[in-house]
Design a protein around this ligand. Structure first.
Ligand code: PLP
Length: 341
């Protein structure tokens, strides 16, 4: 049986969360002399701590109840909060499948929590046989699954992820930063089935809002409550909440830009395939291609010299470079620069 309370750090379970002035008086009408704000200006009032308007729009956009939504200062904040809610420093452990997103390791190190790194197979899929012995590991609290995975670009097999959700007694975090670019379904459809599931999304990629720092988590209302208790009271500024609401209401622009990016992604692949310098293009469900070249360090530097900046992923996948899909003109510049090498 899944028992959330046994997974949460005792100090977090016992926490008396900060109660802001606006927590104590919930109305919106009146003369507000309760929060020591300045009466002058346009950004003089504290933001809504619970991002209610943002969650209402997200809820209708994603078809997920507001009580199952947490919004944070980017996914980065959410990853850190998950460590702080569930992992006792110096004692608990987490696990992920590598190569993957670097923030799981950074947040683990900051919080003094061990991160077990299980290598993906050659096809970048999860080796569930190798994972089995770890699933019953003592003090293993969180498993991070990045799907579509950064930097490899692929989604993991649904049956493997479901196997982990079913078998692991701790929390399974699925980071879906790139899901909008994929044809695969979000795991959010399993929220009612698996109480140990947390799905993370972000407005930084498909929603074009990296500057606004809006990360999203979907989970049971009990998990959402824990995240709310631990977060900083005003973790998303008024400006950023407003930017997110405006973007979410303009689904037409979102869909149009996404379509353009996906078309450019196909065109970029076709162009890369004609170049002998590109040895391999890995399959991708995201807005980037991971490519293999003969000498990634040298190709990376030679592109920089031509003012084209890619991500050298040689340290994660030998001789690989990760290329984000840009505008048509940007992609053409990249191809031209690659031809020059
Ligand atoms: C880009 C990215 C994010 C986004 O993080 P934010 O803090 O929301 O900008 C999250 N996870 C992965 C795997 C990413 O590549």
């Amino acid at each position: 049986m899944f028992d959330l309370k046994t997974l949460v750090r005792p100090n977090i379970l016992a926490l008396q969360p900060y109660s802001s002035a606006r927590d104590e008086f919930k109305g919106s009408e009146g003369v507000f002399l309760d929060a020591n704000e300045n009466p002058f200006g346009t950004l003089n009032r504290y933001p809504d701590s619970y991002h209610k308007e943002l969650k209402a729009v997200l809820s209708s956009n994603k078809n997920i109840p507001e009580e199952n939504i947490f919004t944070g200062n980017g996914s980065d904040e959410i990853i850190d909060l998950l460590y702080r809610v569930f992992c006792n420093p110096g004692k608990d452990k987490t696990l992920t499948f590598t190569p993957t997103f670097g923030m799981y390791q950074v947040a683990a190190d900051v919080n003094d929590v061990a991160l077990i790194k299980l290598p993906l197979q050659d096809d970048f899929q999860i080796n569930t046989e190798a994972l089995k012995p770890y699933l019953s590991e003592e003090n293993l609290k969180l498993i991070f699954i990045c799907s579509p995975n950064n930097p490899t670009g692929n989604c993991f097999r649904e049956k493997d992820v479901e196997y982990i959700l079913k078998t692991f007694k701790g929390i399974v975090v699925i980071d879906e930063a790139y899901i909008d670019f994929s044809t695969k379904d979000s795991f959010a459809k399993y929220l009612k089935v698996y109480p140990n599931l947390i799905v993370m999304q972000t407005m930084s990629k498909a929603w074009s809002l990296a500057a606004a720092r809006i990360g999203i988590a979907f989970a049971s209302k009990e998990i959402i409550q824990l995240l709310n208790n631990v977060k900083m009271p005003y973790n998303i500024s008024v400006l950023n909440q407003q930017a997110a609401v405006v973007a979410l209401k303009d689904v037409t622009t979102f869909e149009a830009n996404k379509k353009l990016i996906l078309e450019e992604k196909t065109k970029l692949k076709q162009a890369l395939e004609t170049l002998s310098i590109i040895k391999k293009i890995y399959p991708s469900d995201a807005n980037f291609w991971l490519v293999e070249v003969e000498d990634a360090n040298s190709v990376y530097e030679k592109l920089v010299a031509q003012k084209v900046i890619t991500r050298n992923r040689n340290s994660l996948v030998k001789n690989s470079i990760r290329i984000t899909v840009g505008t048509s003109a940007e992609n053409e510049k990249l191809i031209k620069a690659l031809k020059n090498i």
